[in-house]
Design a protein around this ligand. Structure first.
Ligand code: NDP
Ligand code: MG
Length: 391
């Protein structure tokens, strides 16, 4: 029987790689594609929906619906628009889905997949940072399988196969260090969005590339690791590894360490999640150790990359602080992209949000309440926007 699958964020970097692998594995002949979602790029969305013979294509942007409808005319493929339509389509019965919308906007799709007990391939790390307790509870209540797609967490997940949970001693997340790994603090003041979005090792969407430049991406991943692998803060370490060959490492109680190595290509972790528990052949460049010759490591500098320090603060605070952290970071990045704030100000704005007494009162709210999460997300964005407007 063909597996029923959906891809949320199909037009993005992760989404396109997912579509590529699905097509290489037989496309519509081997899979029954239910829903594909995108936002601005409806031309690509329509093309993907036609190629994969999807049941429905949904754009997040209602103003793009007429264009999508025109592109899908006479194809028999349904079209829809808006956040609610994406959430509704995530409730359509499937066996497997990729959650690869960018930002907290991806939370409802992740929850919809979890609530129907399907396999949730989770690229959208913001879902777990904002709503880790809720998402994991929905997965376990409904027997959904969560497979991490973030390369580091996929690496750890793979290294943990067959291990007893109590033998896990430490997790070491590797970080490329981003484009400003060796820049001085003074030099980082004047960084532009275009410079920040140019990642040296991984080809990714614009926002995650900028998150890598500030190391907010690694900060999100520290919080993601805590939820996925039930770790205490002192069990999670970050190491700079510029070659991005080791995707992360796990240390066990006997002192042994398992590292996951591979070329920096997201089709590795996406393919692992698509084929789990099998390992199908994947079109990845194979490693040549003689050519590589060396692998380097260095401790991260939290003075230049304060996002990492803030991640550990979130781990200690718990509650809804992950939602504040992520929303403040998203609002700060919107302002950076609009030229309203500087590169280094993004971490400062997030720290101010975490310090704010009003937001702190709400942080103690119910971690299992979607309303509490969306309320505090909105409040954190408004807080950051007000700070920027009022200088
Ligand atoms: P992209 O920016 O390339 O793609 C984002 C996708 O989400 C696109 O399909 C986009 O549509 C859609 N989208 C944008 N805004 C909205 C919205 N408000 N509502 C619904 N859909 C929206 O991002 P990436 O593929 O790089 O990243 C996706 C997720 O995966 C992120 O959470 C990221 O952190 C995570 N991730 C990505 C990695 C990577 O290598 N790229 C690695 C590890 C994790 P459109 O393009 O049509 O506008
Ligand atoms: Mg990652």
């Amino acid at each position: 029987m063909r597996r029923k699958i959906s891809i949320f964020g199909a037009t993005g970097s992760i989404g396109q790689n997912t579509v590529d692998l699905v097509q290489r594995q037989g496309g519509a002949e081997n899979y029954n594609i239910i829903a594909l979602s995108g936002a601005a790029n409806v031309a690509l969305l329509a093309q993907q929906a036609i190629a994969l013979q999807a049941d429905i294509a949904i754009t997040a942007l209602p103003e793009k619906l007429p264009e999508l409808q025109a592109l899908l005319q006479n194809t028999g493929i349904e079209s829809a628009a808006g956040a609610d339509a994406i959430a509704e389509s995530a409730a359509r019965e499937i066996d497997w889905a990729m959650s690869a919308i960018v930002g907290a906007a991806g939370l409802n799709a992740s929850l919809g997949i979890a609530r129907q007990g399907a396999t949730l391939a989770l690229a959208n790390k913001e879902s777990i940072v904002c709503a880790g307790e809720l998402l994991l509870r929905e997965c376990s209540k409904n027997n959904a399988t969560l497979l991490p797609v973030d390369s580091e967490h996929s690496a750890i997940f793979q290294a943990l196969q067959g291990a007893k949970p109590e033998t896990l001693e430490r997790i070491i997340l590797t970080a490329s260090g981003g484009p400003f790994k060796d820049h001085s603090l003074a030099g980082m003041h004047s960084v532009t969005p275009a410079q920040a979005a140019a990642h040296p090792k991984w080809k990714m969407g614009k926002r995650i590339s900028i998150d890598s430049a500030t190391m907010f991406n690694k900060a999100l991943e520290v919080i993601e690791a805590k939820h996925l692998f039930s770790c205490k803060p002192d069990q999670i370490e970050v190491i700079i590894h510029p070659q991005s060959i080791i995707h992360s490492m796990v240390g066990f109680s006997d002192g042994a360490m398992l590292a996951h190595l591979g070329s920096p290509d997201m089709r590795g972790p996406i393919g692992y999640a698509l084929n789990f528990p099998n390992r199908n052949p994947l079109p990845l460049a194979r490693l040549d150790f003689a050519k590589l010759a060396r692998l380097d490591f260095a401790a991260p500098d939290i003075t230049r990359f304060p996002a990492l320090r803030l991640a550990y603060r979130v781990l200690e605070t718990g509650g809804l602080s992950g939602a504040v952290f992520n929303a403040a970071k998203e609002a700060a990045m919107d302002a950076f992209l609009a030229g309203k704030t500087g590169f280094l100000d993004m971490a400062m704005l997030v720290e101010k949000a975490l310090d704010d007494p009003y937001l702190n009162e709400q942080i103690a709210g119910d971690v299992f309440s979607l309303n509490a999460i969306t309320d505090i997300d909105l409040a954190a964005r408004q807080f950051v926007n007000a700070l920027i407007t009022n200088g």
